[in-house]
Design a protein around this ligand. Structure first.
Ligand code: SF4
Length: 97
């Protein structure tokens, strides 16, 4: 998979994140964590707005190896959705294989 083929974050409902503008994630890329849930490791809630103004984030890496879309620690979904879940920001496309 080439970097340009990484899945985009289709939408993000985490309004408190510094990378979120109008339900779009503007980080260059995000990482999804392993552990109990599929938490977004890029989520940060500070007073600074960040990211790239015209970019939509890609999924750079994912540690959720039990997800049906995960292969070799990379996401192969067409796109993902992020929003509040068990954590303030979770991958909502996470699906146990
Ligand atoms: S859909 Fe699955 S593999 Fe893709 S980012 Fe979410 S948890 Fe990771």
């Amino acid at each position: 998979m080439a970097i340009t083929q990484l899945p985009p974050v289709h939408d993000c409902a985490v309004e408190g994140c510094s990378y979120n503008a109008d339900h779009e994630c503007h980080a260059g890329a995000i990482n999804i964590m392993g552990g109990a849930e599929a938490g977004c490791a890029t989520f940060i809630d500070i007073s600074v707005s960040g990211g790239l103004p015209t970019a939509t984030a890609m999924v750079g890496a994912c540690h959720r190896t039990d997800c049906t879309h995960n292969d070799h620690l990379e996401c192969h979904a067409d796109s993902i959705r992020v929003g509040p879940g068990a954590d303030p920001a979770d991958c909502l496309t996470y699906e146990v294989a």
